[in-house]
Design a protein around this ligand. Structure first.
Ligand SMILES: Nc1ncnc2c1ncn2[C@@H]1O[C@H](COP(=O)(O)OP(=O)(O)OP(=O)(O)O)[C@@H](O)[C@H]1O
Ligand SMILES: Cc1ncsc1CCO
Length: 525
């Protein structure tokens, strides 16, 4: 039986709002677009479970939607349910298969790759992967994996026909982030999402289900790769795009909200003004919502992590607005606290661009290839930076900007190499942080260019690869020009000269000076 797993409802009678009857709630949820129902009765005795299962089966039949029973094969048999869902400590799949009639669905809860591999071996029809988010449904006791951990589990399903449903704390507010983030580097995605409280605890389950379904459908449409032809980037198209963004930024002066470190706050705000944008360096959690509505891009730089609460909130609000979030995980490999904070932040919101030096991005990718000392990268960097950035972009589902003597940018398919810069940039503190600021400014321009486009199903509007390339070019070309000035005698005089050069930078200079190469454009992959 071909099952549509897209909106998978798990029941929970304990969560029903006062006065809402179970049968009405279930019927309304089905009217709203639920495609599979799993009856879960952890506290009921057998007779009560049987009665609820029978009523559920009758209602599901009206909508021709499959009904799955949690754990209890006897109840599934008794009501002729369409299948069972098994936890890791329930009946093994092969035993359940023997007991059930042929063609019935068997699903298994999985929270690690071994669970998934075993479920495939045992012949499960689908796996429920989670918990993805923290959940108020206390019965879901699986560990919290986080969105970024789902991709590797999905890749274990490559080449099989086993379907995957994400579960755990999924709501309409995090659904798009969940779907976008839960993709393997091989492109394997979720086939559906399981929802409990947002539907069951709702006074209007029909509407709640509809809202979730809308997000799911618009994501499927927006990410259908066959739908629109992909135009490959060329050096010329990138140059033209950067020039356009630079002009637009000077014309509209976008607001750039930066939560950044105390070392660079002032120079980052001045660099922002120099490029024609407006900085606001705000850190109170209470103001993150209002700012998310006003800003054109958000930079989160955790060089001196103090404002974690604000960082968590800001990124979520900005994701909701489909505006750019630029993440600069300064010194992420330096301490356990930074590593954990980066994971927490990246699991809470989707970055549009992650920017870092080789040491930082290696730490983020759990690679030992490059070492770091504090906030600085040590040694010659990656042997094959193009492949590294492309793979990390696929894994993190965003644009990656790797800085160093040569800078590399990738969106997971295209890789751009950038050759501008000067040794003096390495001799001042925070040149990498300034790159982050400039990327945020150009991404703000890219968002502004696309803001009236249909953003349904997308996490961010605008061309973030163009934004990242533009930001790096602006800062590194300004750096080269500053170093050539007769009034620059060392790193002390270099910094103000750098701000001057950003201030005087023109699109024509960027075209003339820009050393940019498209080294890979493997759109076929
Ligand atoms: N020796 C160099 N030659 C040319 N360009 C350089 C050199 N060092 C740094 N740059 C430029 O400076 C920018 C900042 O890169 P870098 O990797 O040094 O940042 P970072 O280590 O994160 O800096 P910080 O931690 O001080 O903010 C890059 O875009 C790069 O092009
Ligand atoms: C030196 C330093 N320490 C924390 S942040 C920062 C600025 C450069 O990344």
């Amino acid at each position: 039986m071909a099952v549509d797993y897209s909106l998978y409802l798990v029941t929970g009678r304990g969560l029903l709002p006062e006065g809402k009857a179970y049968n009405d709630s279930l019927r309304e949820a089905l009217q709203g677009g639920v495609t599979v129902v799993q009856v879960r009765e952890k506290k009921s005795d057998t007779l009560e479970f049987l009665q609820v299962a029978q009523q559920s089966k009758d209602i599901c039949n009206e909508f021709r939607v499959p009904l799955i029973i949690n754990d209890r094969i006897d109840i599934a048999l008794a009501v002729d349910a369409d299948g069972v869902h098994l936890g890791q400590t329930d009946m093994p799949v092969h035993v359940a298969r023997k007991l059930l009639h042929p063609g019935k669905i068997i699903g298994v809860s999985c929270s690690n790759i071994d669970h998934v591999r075993k479920a495939v071996e045992d012949g499960a029809d689908y796996v429920g992967i989670g918990a993805i988010w923290t959940t108020s449904t206390k019965q879901l006791t699986n560990p919290i994996l986080g969105v970024r951990e789902i991709g590797p589990l999905l890749s274990a399903l490559d080449g099989t026909s086993v379907k995957a449903v994400g579960i755990g704390g999924i709501k309409s507010t995090n659904l798009l982030r969940t779907l976008h983030g839960s993709v393997s580097t091989t492109g394997h995605r979720l086939d559906g999402v399981a929802v409990v409280s947002e539907i069951v605890a709702s006074l209007d389950p029909l509407r709640s289900a509809q809202i979730l379904k809308d997000v799911y459908v618009s994501w499927s449409i927006a990410t259908n790769t066959q739908a629109a032809p992909v135009i490959p980037y060329t050096v010329e198209s990138i140059r033209a795009g950067v020039v356009d963004l630079m002009r637009l930024i000077r014309e509209i002066g976008p607001l750039i909200h930066q939560i950044t470190n105390v070392v660079v706050t002032n120079q980052s705000a001045n660099a922002t003004l120099a490029l024609g944008a407006s900085p606001i360096m705000a850190t109170a959690p209470e103001e993150m919502y209002d700012l998310s509505r006003a800003l054109s891009a958000l930079l989160i730089n955790f060089g001196t992590v103090k404002d974690k609460e604000a960082m968590l909130l800001a990124g979520q609000f900005v994701n909701e607005e489909k505006k750019p979030v630029i993440f600069d995980p300064v010194g992420v490999g330096a301490t356990q606290f930074r590593r954990e904070t980066a994971v927490e932040l990246l699991n809470s919101w989707q970055a549009s661009v992650i920017k870092g030096n080789a040491g930082e991005l290696a730490a983020l990718a759990d690679s030992e290839a490059v070492q770091a000392r504090g906030v600085d990268s040590v040694g010659p960097g990656f042997a094959d930076p193009a492949t590294f950035v492309r793979n990390l972009a696929k894994k993190e589902r965003c644009v990656i900007a790797l800085t160093g003597v040569t800078d590399w940018v990738s969106d997971g398919t295209t890789v751009v190499k950038l050759g501008n810069g000067h040794r003096l940039l390495g001799d001042i503190t925070g040149s990498g942080c300034l790159v982050g600021t400039c990327i945020a400014i150009f991404c703000a321009g890219a968002w502004a260019r696309a803001r009236n486009e249909d953003g349904r199903g997308k996490l961010v509007k605008g061309d973030m690869l163009m934004g990242a390339v533009g930001g790096i070019l602006a800062l590194t070309i300004a750096g080269e020009r500053a170093a050539l000035r007769p009034d620059v005698h060392g790193s002390g005089t270099f910094l103000p000269a750098l701000i001057d050069e950003l201030y005087n930078l023109t699109p024509e200079t960027v075209v003339e000076w820009g050393q940019l190469y498209v080294v890979a454009n493997d759109i076929a992959e």
